[in-house]
Design a protein around this ligand. Structure first.
Ligand SMILES: [Zn+2]
Ligand SMILES: [Zn+2]
Length: 934
């Protein structure tokens, strides 16, 4: 005999064990398909890429939601017989990881500069080897059914080769260039950051008005600026050509204050006319500093002005010979204002609210700086990526994200891909000290491609992290291949089926994958050698954008608010299955989740209910065997799923009904999961398991499990069917609650299988029930519902009449013939579930306080009500007063001509109906009171 299931459901006792089992047994590893398997699996694969969490990360509720959704879908597809591949990995996360290790070094009194580049990078690798697996270990605990044999890290050597190839190809195609450009510079991180990594905040600062004297000493022009320290790099003053105040000054020269340095006189700069200058802003005259402002950079380009960079990478003034050289930018600002004031050139400082850009990582104020950076030319990449979504080759759910995507893609600028970090894929370009040329190469060169000089050094910048992660959908499958043809993995798994991700990285990552996927994969032919169309070059066919997990009060979780829920902590308290089920039951496209522990507690109780049902079944199988039944299954007995037929062979109502319900539930889940309605799918299986299966089916089966009788077919069939129904129900639930279903399914098969082993190594590898697996009999559902209503009605009546729990009572019944038959053939159900001792069919509907009427039947429980006359009179009198008041109010309103003239017909009809109902209740209560007096 197999081990008895413990009395109490304890998730901690089973979840770790199965999580380890799934990984150890490599259950979800998908081997590269061979030719024969490929043609067999053709069109029957489900491939999904895990959005790689940062290697520095820890699991949060967002991950848990995202991974629960991915796991439900992957398990569901796998159980449907598809080759389901879910690929895990982590991202090297340039800035985040570098910052983390730098902080560690700071604790030891070191900096990365004192360590040197090579030693620093080695140190980061060290860190990664020690701690980098933490988030994936947490993922294993969630039961994520990923293929661990394919785990990648975005800095892996094979991915590095792919990143280099992609860079070199884009360069060869003229799509990568190096240029001077205004970038968002973070003086703390000492790197350029993308527009998306800058957070803008409204801040109260100052706007300074400064007098710039004209070179011919004929006067001055007053400019307004929020960053006076940049004036050291001014090359012009701009005024609006329509601004009459300054018309006469256009073309004149200015002697730039404070610009004299190291014996050189002050620089003279022109006043130019440019539409950018806004007559309404400040004084209407603005200084032009192309090296430190993106708009000024554009003005500089329009007027052919030079750009003077006045700061170093720490945002300290870097002007040899200048009085401000070496000063930090905000210290320089103070000194400049003081010096201008001393010269009588400072006019005023006014309070001013403006938007300040800060580094998303470290919150340092970003300094727009002109620097040499590497760029990807965004066309034709962007147009192709737009076409992929326009033509439906990629579909977004919720659909409105396609609109957001288009808006962004149509206004996209060239993509700055260089970062001044040490941790990342180093750009494969070499600068020549002799001719100044650049050599871009796949293999490390020994000489300059232009002058053959040997003095070449590699570019110090690394690539934006999103550049490498943007290539993942094809690099994980081994792109580039030596012959340029798709390898077996690419042939089987590209394009991937689906991407599940959050809105926050729609542009960072999703858009870039689409651009790079369409661009590179269009050059890879199809497996049959034909040209790949755009629809097959896309990195994924569908994108599902999941919602946010908020706290129970719908507040965003944040460390400062202290309302962050740690998934590992909550799993420890309620079990993974209950937490997964909570998230699934609330997850629908476009709706944020208000995570509540009360709900999780409820789903833990649900798991408990399932556990108890399994124990009940296990116990009865044993009892049946003791009574002489041979309860033993061949694995093929469970193949009814494959045969497309049903094995539930009996004419009894409850079996025809549960079979129909199983079919309906399987169909409803299919529909819900195909449309990402995780909530609907979870609620369907919940209602079925708790309501249909536990509350009714098991209660009905119990009636047949009488082992005191001698061995008979009916009892045997009842046990047999119970096992088949329970097996199918566990399978239906498995993608949502993988742990408890695995435990119970294994225990069930251990007990009933002739080999003592389940038909598959895991429930996750068994077949998902299909609607066609179960015979449908719609009439059985309506009959069962009538019976259920009857049982419920009798139970309510018994309660109202105060019939003691254990005491049976006769029942009067009036109904049309069909229901009469139903009741006659299911007397046992009524007698046991509603404690009916005798059914008396009556010729007219019974009435009175012991009767109830419904559309289908009229029923009464024959029982002398034992009542407390005083209390009952009090209750009835109270009711009577209430109904009286209701009637008076109704009469008043319906007697009001003005009201009747204005009120819509429906309202009047409703009121009249309500009045009639109140009248009926009034009459009934009055009659009851009179009866009481007798
Ligand atoms: Zn920063
Ligand atoms: Zn050279």
């Amino acid at each position: 005999m197999p081990q008895e299931l413990p009395k109490v459901y304890d998730p901690t006792a089973i979840e770790d064990r199965w999580a380890e089992f799934w990984v150890r047994e490599k259950l979800f590893d998908v081997a590269t398909p061979t030719g024969a398997e490929m043609s067999e699996a053709n069109g029957n694969t489900f491939t999904i890429l895990l959005p790689p969490p940062n290697v520095t990360g820890r699991l949060h509720m967002g991950h848990m939601l995202n991974q629960t959704e991915m796991d439900i879908l992957t398990r569901w597809h796998r159980m449907r017989g598809e080759t389901a591949l879910w690929l895990p990995g982590t991202d090297h996360a340039g800035i985040a990881t570098q910052m983390m290790v730098e902080r560690q070094l700071a604790g030891e009194g070191k900096t990365r500069q004192t360590l040197g580049r090579e030693a620093f990078v080695e140190r980061v690798w060290d860190w990664k080897r020690h701690y980098g697996g933490a988030i994936l270990d947490q993922m294993k605990r969630l039961g994520a059914s990923v293929d661990w044999s394919r785990e990648y890290f975005t800095m892996d050597e094979r991915l590095n080769v792919a990143v280099r190839e992609a860079f070199v190809r884009l360069h060869e195609q003229g799509l990568i260039y190096r240029g001077a450009y205004i970038v968002n510079w973070c003086p703390r991180c000492q790197t350029a950051i993308s527009d998306l990594e800058v957070v803008h905040e409204e801040q109260v600062g100052k706007i300074y008005e400064i007098k710039y004297p004209l070179a011919d000493a004929s006067g001055a022009i007053t400019i307004a600026t929020t960053r006076p320290e940049t004036m050291l790099g001014d090359v012009a003053v701009a005024v609006n050509p329509a601004d009459e105040r300054y018309l006469k000054l256009i073309g004149k020269l200015i002697k730039l204050p404070l610009s004299a340095a190291a014996g050189k006189p002050a620089r003279e700069i022109p006043i130019v006319a440019d539409d950018w200058a806004n007559p309404e802003f400040g004084t209407g005259a603005v200084k032009v500093t192309p090296a430190h402002d993106p708009n000024d950079f554009a003005i500089g380009q329009r007027h052919g002005l030079e750009a003077i960079n006045v700061m170093d990478e720490r945002a300290h003034i870097a002007l040899t010979g200048s009085a401000y050289n070496g000063l930090e930018r905000f210290a320089a600002r103070e000194k400049i204002i003081a010096d201008l004031d001393a010269l009588g050139l400072f006019v005023a400082a006014k309070e001013h609210t403006n938007s300040v850009g800060r580094c998303d990582r470290c919150k340092t104020v970003v300094e727009p700086t002109l620097s040499k950076q590497w760029f990807v030319k965004i066309q034709p990449l962007a147009d192709k990526a737009i076409e992929a979504v326009e033509t439906g080759a990629i579909r977004f759910t919720p659909a409105q994200y396609a609109k957001t995507y288009f808006e962004w893609m149509r206004n996209i600028h060239d993509w700055c891909i260089s970062r001044q970090l040490w941790w990342g894929h180093r750009i494969p370009a070499w600068h020549c000290a002799e001719c100044g040329g650049i050599t871009v190469a796949r293999e490390t060169p020994t000489k300059c491609a232009q002058c053959s000089g040997a003095k070449i050094t590699q570019e110090t910048d690394v690539l934006d992290t999103w550049f490498s992660s943007g290539l993942l959908p094809f690099t994980v499958f081994g792109w580039p291949t030596a012959d340029g043809k798709p390898n077996a993995d690419m042939a089987a798994f590209y394009p991937t089926s689906l991407l599940v991700t959050g809105f926050d990285i729609l542009f960072f990552w999703v858009a870039r994958m689409i651009m790079l996927g369409c661009h590179f994969m269009q050059d890879v032919p199809m497996p049959d050698g034909s040209k790949r169309e755009l629809k097959d070059a896309v990195p994924f066919r569908e994108v599902y954008i999941h919602a946010l997990v908020r706290d129970a009060d719908r507040q965003k979780m944040s460390k400062t608010k202290g309302n962050v829920i740690d998934p590992i902590d909550i799993i420890g308290r309620f079990g993974t299955d209950a937490v997964r089920f909570t998230l699934a039951s609330m997850a629908s496209p476009g709706t944020d989740i208000a995570f509540s522990e009360a709900r999780t507690e409820g789903y833990r109780a649900f798991a408990n209910k399932i556990w108890n049902a399994a124990r009940f079944l296990q116990m009865n199988v044993e009892k049946a065997r003791e009574a002489g039944y041979k309860i033993q299954f061949k694995h093929s007995d469970f193949r009814h799923f494959d045969a497309g037929g049903v094995a539930l062979q009996t004419d009894d109502l409850e079996f025809r009904w549960i079979s129909t319900r199983l079919s309906e539930v399987a169909q409803a889940i299919d529909i819900s999961l195909s449309t990402y309605r995780f909530d609907e799918a979870a609620n369907t299986i919940y209602q079925f398991f708790w309501g249909d299966l536990c509350d009714w089916y098991i209660e009905l089966v119990k009636l047949k499990l009488d082992f005191t009788l001698k061995v008979n077919k009916k009892t045997e069939q009842a046990v047999y069917n119970f096992i088949l129904v329970f097996d199918a129900s566990l399978r239906l639930l498995s993608p949502f609650m993988p742990f408890i279903t695995e435990e119970l399914w294994q225990a069930l098969h251990e007990q009933v299988s002739e080999t003592g082993k389940p038909p598959k190594r895991s429930i996750a590898l068994s077949r998902y029930p299909r609607p066609t697996d179960f015979a449908r009999d719609p009439l059985s559902v309506s009959s069962m519902e009538t019976l259920q209503r009857l049982v419920t009605t009798v139970r309510t009546l018994r309660k109202e009449l105060g019939v003691p729990e254990k005491e049976a009572a006769p029942m009067q019944f009036f109904a049309a013939s069909i229901n009469k038959n139903l009741i006659e053939t299911n007397k046992l159900i009524l007698s046991r579930l509603a404690r009916v001792s005798e059914i008396n069919f009556v010729p007219t509907p019974p009435t009175g306080s012991n009767a109830r009427s419904t559309m289908e039947f009229d029923v009464a429980v024959e029982y002398e009500k034992q009542i407390d006359v005083v209390a009952e009179r009090e209750r009835l009198t109270k009711d009577l007063v209430k109904f009286e008041k209701g009637l008076m109010a109704a009469e008043k309103q319906l007697g009001n001509e003005a009201f009747l003239a204005k009120a819509p017909d429906a309202v009047v009809v409703g009121l009249k109906k309500q009045q009639a109902e109140t009248q009926m209740m009034y009459d009934k209560t009055k009659a009851a009171l009179e009866a009481l007096a007798k």
